[in-house]
Design a protein around this ligand. Sequence first.
Ligand SMILES: [Zn+2]
Length: 456
Amino acid sequence: MSRLFARQALLPEGWVKDVLIEWDADGSITALLPGAAENARAGAETVAYALPGMINLHSHSFQRALGGRTEKAGDSKDSFWTWRDLMYRFARNITPEHIEAISAQLYSECLRHGYTSMCEFHYVQRAQDGAMYARPAETAERVIGAARLAGIGVTMLPVLYSYSGFGEMALKPEQQRFKTDAQDVLRIIEALEPLRDAQTEVGVAPHSLRAASVGQIQEVLATLPKARPVHIHIAEQMAEVQQSINWSGRRPVQWLLENVGVDPRWCLIHATHLTEDEVSGIARSGAVAGLCPTTEANLGDGLFPLESFLAQGGVFGIGSDSHVSQSAVEELRWLEYGQRLQHQRRNIAVSDTQRNVADFLWQGALRGGAQAAGRPVGALAVGLRADIVVLDDAHPNMFGLTLDEVLGSFVFNGNDNLVKDVMVGGQWVVRNQQHVAQQAIAARFKQTLAELREFR
Ligand SMILES: [Zn+2]
């Protein structure tokens, strides 16, 4: 039995003082004892502020290597679609070894910024020549290997990717590495089954309604165990909404809600361009809205109608998608700031019972993230993983705060990283802001970028 004593711990009901947290050899919390007496906590390490680690519900880990390289204007107007061409060029030459090295770097950074779980929307699944690897889950296994090396929890979501546009349009040459049909995806999922454990779950991700048909989605879901998460990109761009209408007379979310049974196992990534009916439909379905504010800003996607969605009890979580940011704080800050700029008001992500924006955002994103991950995470609670973020109480931003100001300072004050230590499944993976394998992981990442530069 291992233990940690938190002078303040963020439990589902809010901050609680003097909590002794205990977990078993498997890394699951076995007891939370508020007001623990001096003798009960003897020998346990003491920290000032302990909160549950955040879930990053949307990641394409290899895109971490593109960071900062796509910010030059082209000859014509740049958009999501011109960015995507650059990403395709990059994806053409990447090897499984590169994917593993880049993913490990990303995960070590995500851990240092407060994430303890990732959901990997994984679509580079074929070799450079477009053939399946001898091991059908080769690249997915590499990503899971990187998660294990870095010590982060992972939900692997092999992507179903058959078409280049609505109406089953043939894939383009530059999309051949992503090509999978329903049977390919089921084969990959089957190959990953032995890797499932307390830190690792496997679900599925139909790429989008552009890239997967309803028939294929239903074929996969008929075989996938019922509790597994299902993620999909949807309504990210106005052009996508228009293509959907041209094809079916329906908007993407409207089509999905009408033709596929969307329920709480679903996570709708982006869902940016919605009518009021679609907002209500998602909220009613219990599906998670997977929001990626820094990437959505970087790609010029648009703003999710958060206020209306929250008013209808909608469930949300955050992801870093293309990884222009590796910080949970930055995602949450952008999520709220986008709404403030749009509505010209302040303090929008709140509820009747939770008036602190940062507390509402952190707890809300934990709940939605855990649901989207399909893993026992998202709170400090008995039976869930011992995934704990410790804040740096020696930082000046933490001086003189009342408890209801702690997360406000963490999320909204400045750019210093206030995440000091991070534990995943009862193991410390970040100590004093350093990842435990940081140097070796970074050296491999550096070598990988040098190799990939050859292809540019
Ligand atoms: Zn994405």
